[in-house]
Design a protein around this ligand. Structure first.
Ligand code: APR
Length: 170
């Protein structure tokens, strides 16, 4: 199993599944959520609405899966990160849950290659350095990580990219 850190637009990554930093409504938004819905097309939103009708949306730390519409990946795993407001411990666990639950859901769908954005570090203001440590730690601690061929951290901005590269090299 390889862990990679790249700087790219996640909507252009050709893997089995890309992970979306969604919100609890699953109805789209800005940031990476907006990019995925914009480029993926209406099929993604239609499947998200069907999930909403079934289970009422997605709780923070949880994950749901849809096809990927016009995107190069096969699936999109939508997970909802915590909004940072300083109460470190609870939010730390919820952010780690995003990565672990997305990986669990990926294995349930025979997904072998998966790409994550830097969840919660944009509109949700999670400090990038803390989020990077949590993300890498959560993936490293995931007991069944060897069942994946590749796990990619896709950083959109330079700050996240250098944080992840430094953590990966240590
Ligand atoms: N590819 C990869 N990463 C991206 C892309 C992209 N195309 N666009 C943005 N990002 C990065 C941001 O730079 C940030 O580092 O994704 C990370 C997460 O930022 P947001 O997309 O703002 O997500 P988040 O902070 O988790 O906030 C989620 O924002 O878009 C809304 O509906 C979403 O309400 C939810 C909230």
């Amino acid at each position: 199993m390889k862990i990679e850190v790249i700087q790219a637009d996640i909507t252009e990554i050709q893997v089995d599944a890309i992970v979306n930093a969604a919100n609890t409504s699953l109805l789209g938004g800005g940031g990476v959520d907006g990019a995925i819905h914009r480029k993926g097309g209406k099929q993604i939103l239609e499947e998200c609405i069907a999930i909403r009708n079934r289970q009422g949306g997605c709780d923070v730390g949880q994950a749901v899966i849809t096809k990927a519409g016009n995107l190069p990946s096969k699936f999109v795993i939508h997970t909802v990160g915590p909004v940072w407001n300083g109460d470190k411990e609870e939010k730390k666990k919820l952010l780690a849950d995003c990565y672990k639950n997305s990986l669990e859901l990926a294995l349930e769908n025979n997904i072998k290659t998966i790409a994550f954005p830097n969840i919660s570090t944009g509109i949700y203001h999670f400090p990038k350095d803390k989020a990077a440590e949590i993300a890498i730690q959560a993936v490293k601690e995931f007991s069944r990580k060897e069942e994946f061929e590749k796990i990619i951290f896709v950083c959109f901005d330079e700050e996240n990219h250098s944080l992840y590269k430094n953590l990966q090299d240590n």
